[in-house]
Design a binder for this molecule. Sequence first.
Ligand code: TRP
Length: 352
Amino acid sequence: VLEQKENQMASNGIQPTPHPKNRIFSGVQPTGNLHLGNYLGAIRNWVTLQADYECIYCMVDMHAITTFQNPAELTASTREVTASLLASGIDPKHSIVFNQSQVHAHAELAWIFNCVARMGWLNRMTQFKEKAGKNRENASVGLYAYPNLMAADILVYKATHVPVGADQKQHLELTRDIAQAFNSAYEVDCFPLTEPLIFGEGTRVMSLRDGNKKMSKSEPSEMSRINLTDGPDEIAKKIRKAKTDPKPLTASIEELDERPEAKNLLGIFAALSNAPVAEIYQRFDGAEFSQFKKDLVDLAVVEMSPITMEMQRLMDDTSYVDSILRDGAEKAAELATPIVKEVQDIVGFLRP
Ligand code: TRP
């Protein structure tokens, strides 16, 4: 059967696109501005991965509107998130940087996946349950089908690896289920089984006001997070005012587990200085918070201000950012279009 299929496809003029070796795809929703948690938890890893992979990084604006977004804010956030990736060291000459809605292959493959994924699979998605809340009847169909679009994002490039936080693991499993179901339904070897690259727990950055909550853009208090748009004075102020406890620091892990604010600040120090946490725990064992915070301010300002300053500069240059997104979309479409055509042929869609 396989051979027969290949013959049919060859007569259509489409050669199956070979599976890439090391191709990364990842996405970020352009909603609100990015903060230190996003930087240390995700973006910094994206920068590093450029050395070993062909990387495709996407502002997923179509995912963003699964819950209503103010249109002007969505546009602004798409530029802003792009600016923060560029400022952090994502190199648009090496990696593809674009916004999802500019490459129509994502929507096209997502529809096909809507017809592959089963209701039962989507009903198990914990992120949908969390985001839809109590009033599920009122959630958008898009929010429900969100994981299918995410699978399309990844598989429309036959990506081999996807760097994500632990919260996205279930969506990656679904992506593999969809790839497998498609391959087996049509008796082809079209899609790879994409591997997640899960970021380490160590880079989980917590709120500066509450060490038990993740640093988040939806937290009302600005003092809870360091934004990638903050200048040196704001960075310093937020660290100086960060919540602590009355005791000196300690290297005892058992004790730190009971002192989430101390643990979080030490973790941020370790991440910013690229050192193992254990080493930083030892270094500040017995130190007063006042001294530690001075050191942390110095480190954070040195590490973060070049990024936040470049970010400010890029945000004032929207035509440059827009041109990066346009070029990126063009390159992305070059990779995605033949794969979508291959899929259309497999499904039996008549094409021009
Ligand atoms: N769902 C991801 C998140 O909320 C964003 C995303 C969309 C994504 N498409 C993707 C991540 C594809 C990785 C690959 O973080």
